[in-house]
Design a protein around this ligand. Structure first.
Ligand code: GLN
Ligand code: ZN
Length: 790
């Protein structure tokens, strides 16, 4: 359907080899394949079902197909080395010889087994929180790539680190494209970004101090690329949109002056993305580079500043097609904005590009055969964005007359979306504008609520609980899949889930846990489950995006006003409560996490979307209370990761994010105890935000840090109750009673003992019952023993 819409310009598969007057670049493309080919190839290789050669051939086929696709769409500047078997930062580490000693690398080119050992360790454990943990040689640490949901492997550097060229990947892939008849623009992670994202193995030095040693390897790569015939190279320095100091800025100057001297014939397109250059603008435009890429989706206003400061011949790559969201572009609007600017500065000084690499986009909307056709016509995934880029460049470079129809189709889609009844719900709009300060405040202060809750719940000291999910066994997944396919009836599925829930309740009672959970067996995923029950959310079948390595996610798409047609969890919580005299804790995903892990509409502020979700969840919270659920947990593992990249924007974000949590939580009586949960995060940064949530109890991941993470709570004088995790759920290991007791003693020495809850680090869905049951028994024993000590 959508290809049809683009057909007037790009009829069929005929290659569009005509060069654009304003070149089109994509900066980077999804590497996973439209059918997740990379994941399956990797898994076959890891399982020993294929060998390295086969894996490399499968990877090469993927590269070939994405190059062909871009070429056919008329993309002029096709990237190479944007592909990665696992992660492009890891690729950079193994290209410059940054392999920590534990991997026992003897020098020379880094082998595939070493590469995967760095990526995954030598024994695998996956978890719900985007972490890979291993029991043998550990994997490199993983962390979020800027404010995306992509995770990279953190380079680990020692003060003695030497750098040498230890991979030919970037050269090989350039040659590979060449052999296909495509003169590509290789992509490299910039040296300053690489070092800034690295972790020092000791605290006494700053990785950036290694720049002088690293630059010769970069120069060597650039010289080799130039010798192979590369005319341009793209170097990504997204750190340019972060808060930098003078030392960082001098590092950038040093790096690019070095390249200009060492490789004078190679033109550098320096790519910045995910935000505005801001106070780094002067630095960026003064570098001796040939081109500068700007994210003009996040920061459209910077274009005029850059033009006024930059050399006249500095090529500006206009990142105007959204590389972080799935909406079809308003091509006419972009044309109207850019045409006069292009005319004035000169067409030859521009390129057209997405705001950032298309790595963060699903691959192809055409695969979504089940999606509502109206919604589908509003969307553009990576492949469709190639075509949008080409249309815009044609309009600006050759004349709008060449693409009138394409622009009209886009305009119609954008208008239809703006006016569609599927998007606007007056009731939702009215409830959002009726939100008042009262709704974001519990009736009484924590001290008063605490007394009411003590009386209502009557819990022992060091009360025990879990974070929500119990093992999602093969049987659970099988039943869900069968139900999804229509091979299991609704009533059979319901009966199956009831039986699982009942078992979970019985097990928890038997172990002697104080506050029970229903186990979340009915949930496929903590966001998808709620999204599927709310109006305004849509789901794709093939809209996979890489989260890390071979792990991909399909983020839901929030396309319209969000509301809750009917209760979402009351059925399961009340069923569980009907089976026991112990209190059962209700379990919800919070509004910020629901927002953060979705593609969101771009026609209203994120804050407004979050408020809509908060209102929907607030009704769920009060319904749970009315159904007799006395404790309700609202998970917000994504609260920290929503923090903007620039510190100056934190307060504003935390203001509305915290308000949304409080709107969700504050409709209940004093006796009803609100819990929240967050996985591992740097609490120091956002302690005031966490305290401001005013949840009665917060559970956090602390076991692996040996309670160090509590520091922020202690120093911050956190007033409410805390459940510091005493059991690392990322590992199959069952911790002993003594180990958990030791952790609890540490916690008690730092917090008031009556402030402390006893729970695992996170949900138990990735574990097996054989691991969970003994571990929870030990946990309960540890809590009981502590009760007698104090
Ligand atoms: N309640 C969720 C669970 O237990 C929380 C998951 C999370 O924090 N990521 O699975
Ligand atoms: Zn968690």
């Amino acid at each position: 359907m959508l290809s049809q819409a683009f057909a007037p310009l790009f009829n069929g598969v005929k290659p569009m080899t005509k060069k654009s007057i304003i070149p089109v670049a994509t900066l980077g493309t999804p590497r996973i394949g439209s059918r997740r080919e990379l994941k399956f190839a990797l898994e076959r290789y890891w399982a020993g079902q294929s060998d390295a050669k086969t894996l490399q051939q499968e990877a090469a086929a993927l590269r070939r197909s994405i190059w062909t696709r871009q070429h056919q769409a008329g993309v002029d500047i096709v990237p190479s080395n944007d592909f990665s078997l696992y992660d492009h930062i890891l690729d950079t580490s193994v290209t410059v010889g940054a392999v920590p000693p534990v991997y026992d690398w003897k020098g020379g080119y880094v082998s595939l087994p070493t590469y995967f050992a760095m990526a995954r360790g030598d024994a695998q454990e996956e978890s719900c929180c985007g972490k890979v943990v291993s029991s043998g040689i550990p994997a490199l640490e993983m962390t979020k790539w800027f404010d995306t949901n992509y995770h990279y492997l953190v380079p680990e550097l020692s003060a003695e680190q030497e750098f040498t060229l230890t991979s030919t990947k970037v050269l090989d892939e350039f040659r590979e494209a060449q052999a296909q008849g495509i003169p590509s623009r290789p992509v490299l992670v910039g040296p300053v970004t690489f070092l800034k994202l690295s972790k020092a193995t000791t605290t006494d030095f700053d990785p950036l101090s290694l720049l002088g040693r690293l630059l010769p390897v970069y120069s060597e790569i650039l010289q080799k690329l130039s010798a192979l015939g590369a005319e341009w190279v793209q170097i990504d320095e997204p750190v340019l949109v972060l808060d930098l100091d003078d030392k960082d800025r001098s590092a950038l100057t040093l790096a690019y002056e070095t390249f200009a001297r060492d490789v004078p014939d190679l033109e550098i397109m320096l790519a910045t993305y995910f935000g505005a250059l801001g106070d780094n603008l002067e630095t960026a435009v003064s570098l001796p580079i040939s081109g500068l890429h700007l994210d003009l989706v996040r920061a459209p206003e910077q274009l005029s500043h850059v033009i006024s400061k930059a050399r006249e011949d500095l090529i500006l790559s206009l990142g105007v097609i959204d590389g972080r969201n799935v909406w079809r572009a308003d091509l006419q609007g972009l044309y109207d904005w850019l045409a006069p600017i292009v005319a004035e500065r000169g067409r030859e000084t521009f390129q057209i590009a997405p705001s950032c690499s298309l790595l963060h986009m699903p691959v192809d909307i055409d695969l979504e055969t089940d999606l509502d056709p109206e919604l589908k016509s509003w969307l553009a995934f990576a492949y469709q964005k190639f075509e949008e880029l080409k249309a815009l460049s044609t309009a600006l470079g050759e004349g709008i007359g060449f693409v009138t129809e394409v622009l009209e189709v886009a305009t119609r889609a954008v208008r239809a979306r703006a006016q569609s009844g599927k998007i606007h719900n007056e009731e939702v709009a009215a409830s959002v504008s009726a939100i008042n300060a009262r709704m974001a405040r519990r009736y009484s202060t924590f001290a008063v609520r605490r007394q009411a809750q003590k009386a209502a719940l009557n819990l022992p000291a060091f009360p025990t609980t879990t974070i929500g999910s119990f093992p999602q066994t093969k049987d659970v997944r099988k039943a869900r899949a069968a139900y999804g396919r229509g091979d299991m009836s609704r009533s059979d599925y319901e009966a199956f889930l009831k039986a699982e829930t009942k078992t979970a309740i019985e097990v928890q009672e038997d172990i002697g846990i104080d506050v029970l959970v229903h186990g979340e067996f009915e949930r496929n995923d903590m966001v998808q489950y709620f999204g599927e029950k709310m109006a305004g959310y849509a789901f794709t079948k093939h809209g996979w995006v890489q989260s890390y390595g071979s792990r991909y996610v399909r983020p839901p798409i929030i396309f319209g006003d969000v509301s809750r047609p009917e209760p979402m969890t009351v059925h399961w919580s009340s069923y569980a409560q009907s089976l026991t005299d112990k209190p059962v804790k209700g379990m919800l995903t919070g509004p910020v996490t629901m927002l953060q892990w979705s593609f969101v509409r771009d026609d209203i502020p994120r804050e407004t979307i979050c408020k809509q979700i908060a209102l929907a969840l607030r009704s769920e919270v009060t319904d749970l209370e009315a159904a007799g659920i006395g404790l309700i947990q609202i998970d917000e593992p994504a609260l920290r990761e929503g923090l903007p990249l620039r510190q100056s924007e934190w307060a504003d974000y935390l203001d509305w994010a915290v308000a949304c949590f409080r709107i969700t939580a504050s409709g209940v009586q004093d006796e009803t105890q609100i819990h929240t949960h967050m996985c591992y995060c740097e609490f120091n940064d956002i302690m005031y935000g966490i305290a401001a949530l005013d949840a009665d109890v917060i559970s956090i991941e602390t076991s692996r840090s040996k309670m160090e993470l509590l520091d922020a709570f202690v120093t911050g004088g956190y007033p409410n109750e805390i459940g510091p995790g005493v059991y690392d759920i990322h590992s199959p290991r069952v911790p002993s009673v003594d180990e958990m007791k030791a952790l609890l003693r540490t916690a008690s020495s730092r917090l008031a003992p009556d402030q402390i809850w006893v729970n695992p680090d996170c949900g138990l869905k990735t574990r097996s019952w054989e691991e969970v049951t003994p571990a929870l028994r030990h946990m309960v024993a540890a809590a009981k023993s502590l009760r007698t000590e104090t």
